[in-house]
Design a protein around this ligand. Sequence first.
Ligand code: G3P
Length: 220
Amino acid sequence: MKPIIVLNLKTYKESLGRSGLRLCQIASEISLLSGVRIVVCPQATDIRESAQVHSDIFAQHVDCVQQGAFTGSLTAEAIKDAGARGSLVNHSEKRLPEETVGKTVARLKEAGLESVLCTRDAAESARLARFEPTFIAVEPPELIGSGISVSTAKPEVVRGTVEAVAKVNSTPVLCGAGVSSASDVRRAVELGAAGVLLASAFVKSPNPKKLLAEMAEAIQ
Ligand code: G3P
């Protein structure tokens, strides 16, 4: 499988509304030019419009409830109807109890959607791999938003997670936290990752198009 890039737009002011749509447009262009799969996770209220601009949209979170009387919840069916192809699950900034993680991955599957299950380390990744998400994304919390890439600063986390998950099943492993440059992305793939998950370096870049083009080129 070709390595992928997952862009989490979080709730930054630089990714809200029109600005977020511009970032989706950039992802669409670079994905088409490079042939690299680029998933974008916009802010929840921007999912429907983002899906008009880019074909590979994920939610940042989905609630593990059925359709019905669950005021304020975001269902798998709702994100699918809005055009999303999947969702992040258990992001470091939106942690879930382990039982809920399993149920959420199952709900997404039921709805025909993909999942990127986020974890903190190799041990948690190996434990949660049993839920058979589409991808696992390991992100050491202390490096998130730091600008210091996990693949450069903590290569043992990436290598260790890839090895630990491979002992359980064949879930592809992404890595994230601090990924900021094309060489961080290249390094991640060299360490055995199936791709990267990043946020701040892209969202806050003065030239996100150039950065994403360089990252995609590094793993083409
Ligand atoms: O979801 C990606 C994320 O948590 C990493 O954030 O800003 O370090 O790329 P960042």
